[in-house]
Design a protein around this ligand. Structure first.
Ligand SMILES: [Cu+2]
Length: 666
């Protein structure tokens, strides 16, 4: 393959946004536009494509970890594509060797369904609009003219019923977006058609009860809101000596950090080969082989037919068109940010460029990295961060996905939830309503909520006839930490109360009790404030200056734990939410926490299945999986567009260095 000269940062800055042209520079680079076409041509030559063949996925097949770790600039670059190909009702997984120019494997997918493809969002809609029950339901709601009706088909999960067996089912629902820029509130509520997506057959129409299409104005665009807040002038960041990071293809170096970035259609962004070099002369030390968002899960809390099945496994089910979209310069990221584009494939496998899906920028935080004040020696050092950001768009919700690199050796990953709440139209206009007349004497508002008799039993009113339905958000991060190499072990350092002997003025204090995990079950842990523990990954081979194993700590941020019962399919299909932490031995085929193919999936896929064998994780190459959860009880301030709510965690050096690594800040 032709090697193109590395694109230097100065050029990137001139162009403002640019795709690195050196697509074959590194084994972990995403497939280039040309490589995607090459994969299609190879599949075509092998007789696997015809006019009706569609693609659920077509993306980089990563080379083996050993090969990537051993790879040095100038070495041959192994390149392969993975595709999930659909032919009628059958699906096939294939690996295409782009160097040898041949199909390396072609296997039928059994026991699972491929992810939703873009054309399927319109599946069976025409037939639904001709179905007498659906027509009657629309008429009950005063809708007889379908000119402006928007209907779409989405996967309804799986609940083990007879009618779900062996079928690719969809739920069709409609909205009436007329005259609204923000049309998420204009739902035709309570009317759902269950369809067979493959045959286009309408299986049944379910009417939960009539509610008017809300008339509430939920627009928030610049023309609707005419008078922006008056704040003085532009805020300028001046970099007279240039930017502080270097971008070479998809490889980034900033101060002592270096890593590789890959825009990814399914998970947004993959950060790989994260190394820290203590000085320009020192050998780079490995911190993490790879980190990325593995899955997003959003279950809703309303029992109505139109709502109970809204259990969206967003990355695995819905990423067909690409999880991320363009970032808006100067707003989503600062003016001085540098942007990377993504190449996504469509349902025909054809490549297309999505501009500016990742931004990279350096920021002065306004906070000191450290300080100490004495009159004789006042000292403090200003801190800077390097921020890598992408923005996922999943229907009504937007998520900002950040990796933040710090000068003190820590890395923060965070996810910001924003966008529009998924709302339900109600026949009751607002929260002002009497206690139910049929309720028992002394019935309280809480009783009415428990009995489901209040209009807002399963959500909260945001506007007239508009209810934000209660729900959760869960994010699973796959963190293949390699702390000073691949030989690592997991230790939970519990802080436990120690009572002191009779006669001591203090009665108690806490001490550290280290619990090294031997197998996967030892490391399935939850955040528990009453039983605090530090979660650390230790090197099996290297110690620091005072003799402790070098390590990194996974430090959770704000989080939530699920409230499902054990027999609920809402829990069992996304079993990764059962624990805040899982640790597994490295396996290149274990990447997605709810399984490779969670669309309409049966229970138990992904982490619960892999960890059943309770494999050894002691002195192995291990992978951490961290679940970040959020219960979302909608509030007025989340409407009509939600202020960004951040959740996340930190990877913090813990005895990795001998001293504060930021002592040398200027
Ligand atoms: Cu939410």
């Amino acid at each position: 393959m032709m090697r193109t000269p590395a694109l230097r940062l100065s050029l990137v800055l001139l162009l403002v946004a640019a795709v690195p042209s050196a697509a074959d520079d590194h084994p972990l680079d995403p497939l280039s536009y040309q490589e995607i076409w090459r994969a299609l041509e190879i599949l075509h030559e092998a007789g696997h494509l015809d006019a009706d063949t569609t693609f659920s996925q077509l993306t980089l097949r990563e080379p083996a970890k050993d090969a990537v770790r051993a790879w040095r600039e100038g070495d041959a670059v192994p390149r392969a594509a993975y595709a999930l190909v659909r032919k009628g009702k059958e699906s096939f997984e294939t690996t295409v060797d782009l160097v040898a120019g041949e199909v390396a494997s072609w296997e039928q997918l059994t026991g699972a369904q491929p992810n939703w493809s873009l054309p399927e969002f319109g599946a069976a809609v025409d037939k639904v609009l001709e179905h007498p029950d659906f027509i009657a339901g629309l008429e009950k709601r005063g809708i007889t003219d379908y000119t402006f009706l928007d209907c779409s088909t989405i996967p309804p999960g799986y609940f083990g019923t007879e009618e779900e067996q062996g079928r690719r089912l969809g739920h069709v629902r409609c909205s009436e977006p007329r005259e609204a820029r923000n049309s998420w509130a204009r739902q035709v509520e309570g009317l759902t058609a269950l369809v067979d997506v493959d045959s286009g057959e309408v299986l049944k129409v379910v009417d939960d009860g009539v509610a008017p299409v809300p008339a509430a104005d939920a627009d928030f665009d610049r023309t609707t809101l005419e008078n922006p807040r008056d704040i003085p002038g532009p805020f300028k960041v001046d970099r007279p000596e240039g930017v502080g990071f270097d971008l070479d293809g998809y490889q980034v170096s900033w101060q002592n950090w270096s890593f590789h970035l890959r825009p990814d259609q399914r998970t947004g962004l993959v950060v790989s080969l994260v190394n820290y070099r203590e000085s320009p002369e020192a050998e780079p030390r490995s911190v993490m082989y790879q980190g990325h968002l593995s899955e997003i899960y959003v279950p809703y809390m309303d029992p109505a037919f139109a709502w109970y099945a809204r259990n969206f496994i967003d990355a695995g089910e819905f990423s067909a068109g690409g999880l991320v979209g363009p970032l808006l310069p100067g707003r989503d990221c600062p003016d001085h940010a540098v942007y990377l584009d993504s190449t996504h494939t469509n349902a025909k496998g054809r490549p297309g460029t999505v501009p500016g899906t990742t931004c990279i920028y350096e920021r002065e935080t306004g906070d000191p990295s450290w300080r100490h004040y004495t009159e004789e020696q006042p000292d403090s050092r200003a801190s800077r961060d390097l921020v890598i950001r992408s923005g996922a768009v999943v229907g009504n919700y937007d998520y900002l996905l950040d990796w933040i690199f710090r000068q003190d050796g820590s890395i923060e990953a965070r996810v910001g939830a924003t966008g529009i709440l998924e709302v339900k139209a109600t026949s009751t206009p607002s929260a002002i309503q009497p206690v139910p007349a049929a309720g028992p004497i002394g019935a309280t508002a809480a009783d009415a909520v428990r009995a489901g008799t209040r209009a807002d039993a399963h959500g909260r009113f945001l506007d007239q006839n508009v209810l934000g339905v209660n729900h959760d958000h869960y994010f699973s991060y796959r963190l293949d930490l390699d702390v000073d190499g691949t030989g690592n072990r997991f230790v939970a350092d519990r802080l436990v109360t120690r009572e002191l002997p009779e006669g001591h003025p203090r009665r108690s204090l806490w001490v550290q009790e280290s619990h090294p995990a031997q197998t996967e079950k030892d490391a399935q842990l939850d955040i528990d404030l009453e039983r605090p523990a530090l979660w650390r990954i230790l090197s099996s081979s290297r110690t620091n200056g005072v003799g402790y194993p070098t390590s990194y700590q996974l430090m959770p941020g704000r989080n939530a734990r699920h409230l499902f019962t054990d027999d609920d399919y809402s829990l069992r299909r996304a079993g990764f939410i059962e624990n805040h932490l899982w640790v597994t031995p490295y396996d290149p085929d274990e990447r997605y926490a709810a399984g490779d193919h969670p669309t309409l999936s049966e229970p138990g896929m992904g982490l619960p299945a892999w960890t059943k064998a309770d494999r050894s994780i002691s002195d192995e190459d291990v992978v951490l999986w961290h679940t970040v959860g959020m219960h979302h009880l909608p509030r007025a301030e989340d409407w009509p567009v939600m202020p960004v709510m951040w959740h996340g965690f930190e990877l913090r050096p813990f005895d990795f260095f001998d001293r504060n690594p930021a002592l040398d800040l200027p």
